[in-house]
Design a protein around this ligand. Structure first.
Ligand code: PEP
Ligand code: MG
Length: 583
């Protein structure tokens, strides 16, 4: 038996067999010497692999052309040209003859040489070409090796998935019904994989460092997503203890569902709106079960990230309409796409940006692709007649971006009018406050916003310079940092001074340990993973607003993370003795 401690990322307890899923960029590439007489047969193998790759890329090109238009299809056209580039073929053949090694290795070596040269260039066009070369080479090597990777969509039995890292796009395709728990070396509570695990109600422990290297396939595991503990080969006593804890966890969760129809109101009558965050349209059906009074954050980019999704205007329109119809009169805030960072569409964005989190992400990407952006805005506008929609822009860093986004929204309105498409005229437009510069200039942004929503996942990341997905620095990403608290206060005050409502939709909103202090800061609305609503509502209904305000004041006086944490922890321990709330 061995115990590991990671970051509790999605509550619940799973007991089961480990399934190791280790993703390498390339399949292992064999390297062996060949004889002179084998050169021709190696070259023949290469010819066949190229023909197969050309067929694949041609199909991708046609699909992209139909669904996304010429600009995206051209990427595949470039790949086709590269596959058939005689100069590249000559270089390969010379290397093959001179080095007398198998063709897979020759391709790998040549592509590495070329990409390294191109990546060193200051010209982004050359760096992008490097991405294309490695993509094309990888495709041909895969053909030569007939490499077919196991897909998580094909999981046939219940497992606890053990990975080093899992891209959100992998998480999207996995057979969720079979994944009973997720253990991951990388990541933190606010990484997108953690957010997805919570959306799927899969218990998860992240930031386990080297766990995936130490565990064997099929080993028995207990994974406690509430405490962050993972136990391998547990002995009988530990197993029985966790089985009991699992039952208690379920019972408590069922009990809290009883609060569903009660208002999120403090004892002295301060009313807070609680809403749900969703990533997929189908989630909308579930959220009212937990008492959500609307959707405060619909992360629309997941429509684009699911493999095989084209996200044309019609498809987007149908998805948004589905959410709006499901929610009826309840408000739904659709956040325009936050693509980039760790949510990349390979055909549109480079996976080789040097600093993706500081790069071509969210509103920056949307503003650079006005046609894509307006397509999304038109889809939202057209769906708006079917419900109560609001639009929100991610990662605004200053007033120019907000003004530009709003003017593209006006253009999209005009285009709808021209096409005779009806839409609601009075849609509120909100700004996510998740960059320090936005928090600092919240008073200015408030002039052009109808509401604010604090994206604390990114606000913490950017304020404290801590990559939210990096387990090595995760310990620094503390909401209790005085700088974070000051930004929250400043933003909320700026909103209130201009008569706007201030919401929070980062993961902090769903942490009961932080609820009282967030209430005290004066937030009007909390939006979180639906299953977090009942425990947060329970706290709201057990406290006085006046006391929470005093707590927030005291927390704001704290000089360090530790000071703030102990103020909040002590307050919670006094108020809720016997419960363990770790701020
Ligand atoms: C946030 O940054 O807090 C947020 C809600 O947006 P996301 O987690 O999607 O980046
Ligand atoms: Mg964000």
């Amino acid at each position: 038996m061995k115990t590991y401690t990671g970051i509790p990322a999605s509550a619940g307890i799973a007991i089961g067999k480990a399934f190791l899923y280790l993703e390498d960029d390339f399949p292992e590439i064999p390297r062996y010497a060949i004889k002179k007489v084998q050169v021709d047969s190696e070259w023949e193998r290469f010819g066949k692999a190229v023909a197969g790759a050309v067929e694949e890329v041609q199909a991708l090109h046609d699909q992209a052309f139909k669904k996304m238009g010429k600009e995206q299809a051209d990427i595949f056209k470039a790949h086709l040209l590269m596959l058939e580039d005689l100069d590249f073929h000559d270089q390969l053949k010379n290397k093959l003859k001179n080095n007398l090694q198998n063709i897979e290795w020759i391709i790998w070596e040549l592509s590495r040489e070329l990409t390294q040269k191109l990546m060193a260039s200051p010209d982004p066009l050359f760096r992008e070409r490097a991405v294309d070369i490695s993509d094309v080479s990888r495709r041909v090597i895969n053909k030569l090796l007939s490499a077919t990777r196991f897909s998580l969509a094909d999981l046939k039995e219940d497992v606890i998935l053990v990975v080093h890292d899992l891209l959100p796009s992998d998480a999207l395709v996995m057979n969720k019904a079979r994944v009973k728990g997720l253990a991951m070396d990388a990541g933190g509570r606010t990484s997108h994989t953690a957010i997805l695990a919570r959306a799927f109600n899969i218990p998860a422990v992240l930031g386990l460092s080297v766990f995936s290297r130490e565990i064997k396939n099929g080993e028995k595991i207990i994974l406690n997503g509430s405490s962050g503990i993972v136990v391998t080969n547990p002995d009988k006593g530990v197993l029985v203890q966790h089985e009991g804890e699992e039952k208690r966890f379920r019972k408590q969760a069922d009990l809290l569902l009883g609060l569903k129809d009660l208002p999120a109101e403090t004892i002295d009558g301060y009313r807070i709106t609680v809403k749900a965050n969703i990533e997929f349209p189908e989630e909308a059906e579930q959220v009212t079960r937990y008492g959500a009074e609307g959707i405060g954050l619909y992360r629309s980019e997941f429509l684009f990230l699911a493999p095989g999704k084209s996200a044309e205007e019609e498809e987007q329109f149908r998805a948004y309409r589905h959410v709006l119809r499901t929610m009826g009169k309840l408000p739904v805030t659709i956040r325009t796409v936050d693509l980039g960072g760790d949510k990349i569409i390979p055909n549109l964005q480079s996976p080789y940006e040097k600093n993706p989190l500081l790069g071509w992400r969210a509103i920056r990407f949307s503003l650079a692709k006005p046609e894509l952006f307006k397509t999304q805005l038109r889809a939202i506008l057209r769906a708006s007649v079917d419900g109560n929609v609001r639009i929100m822009f991610p990662m605004i860093s200053g007033i120019e971006e907000l003004e530009r986004a709003r003017s593209l929204l006006d253009e999209a309105r005009e285009e709808c009018r021209k096409k005779g498409c009806a839409f609601a005229e009075d849609i509120e437009v909100g700004t996510m406050i998740e960059v320090p510069s936005a928090a600092m200039t919240a008073d200015i942004l408030a002039e052009k916003s109808d509401f604010f929503s604090l994206g604390t996942n990114d606000l913490i990341q950017y304020t404290l310079a801590v990559d939210r997905g990096n387990e090595k620095v995760n310990y620094l990403g503390q909401p209790c940092h005085p700088a974070v608290l000051r930004f929250l206060r400043q933003t909320i005050n700026a909103a209130h001074e201009k008569g706007l409502r201030a919401a929070i939709c980062g993961e902090l909103a769903g942490d009961p340990a932080a609820t009282a202090v967030l209430v005290g800061l004066g937030l009007d609305e909390f939006s979180m993973t639906a299953s977090s609503i009942p425990p947060v509502k329970q706290i709201i209904r057990s406290v006085d607003f006046a006391d929470c305000k005093a707590l927030a004041e005291k927390a704001l006086d704290g000089r360090s993370v530790d000071e703030v944490r102990s103020v909040v922890r002590e307050w919670m321990a006094n108020k809720f003795p016997g419960r363990n709330y770790e701020a």
